[in-house]
Design a protein around this ligand. Structure first.
Ligand SMILES: [Zn+2]
Length: 185
């Protein structure tokens, strides 16, 4: 073989060696860390609020002899409101009491999560859309009967049967679940 021939052969072997080492590195690269599993129970549906900060506002007296069925979570205007658990956006709803509100249904349709007094919804959010626990749903506001400047999320939890509609079911106090993170029954 000529000298040029030996040089060409050496370059080919060098290139093959580099290629083989790249394959080896690729084959032993660590797998990306799996996404941590969501907690079994509810997460606090307002960004930056700890479980320990919550207070139980269930059963407080409201106008016209009504009792408060929900957990009020006070936060600055436009704080992100997050899905308390995985589910599906079932209804975007405006009313005099709840203001700008959202009903989310659990995947097994046995729970409804209600978020009220919102300043607005997350951009592009639609009815029928699946959401992850912790996904942005909207922003804390003072719409409906919250009272001007009384910025808070009203979070409601309702036990339903799968065939019931978003406005049906039996209200349940969410506070123990929000406080502890224990799984819903
Ligand atoms: Zn409330």
């Amino acid at each position: 073989m000529t000298r040029v021939g030996w040089v060409v052969l050496a370059l080919i072997l060098l290139a093959a060696g580099i290629f083989a080492s790249l394959l080896r590195v690729g084959g032993t690269a660590p797998a990306p860390a799996p996404r941590p599993a969501p907690p079994p129970g509810l997460i606090v549906p307002v960004a930056g609020v700890d479980r320990a900060q919550l207070t139980d506002t269930w059963g407080q007296a409201r106008s016209e002899g009504r009792e408060h069925h929900g957990t009020d979570i006070v936060a600055p205007s436009r704080t992100p409101v997050l899905a308390a658990a995985a589910g599906t956006v079932e209804k975007l709803f405006e009313s005099g009491r709840g203001g700008t509100a959202l009903y989310e249904r659990s995947p097994d349709r046995r729970w409804t999560f209600y978020y009220a007094h919102l300043a607005g919804y997350a951009p592009g959010l639609r009815e029928g859309e699946p959401v992850r626990a912790g996904q942005l749903l909207g922003y804390v506001g003072d719409t409906g009967d919250a009272g001007a400047g009384n910025f808070h999320l009203h979070f409601g939890l309702t036990r339903t049967t799968p065939d019931q509609h978003w406005y049906q079911g039996d209200d349940v106090n969410a506070f123990p679940f929000l406080r502890t993170g224990q799984a819903l029954p």
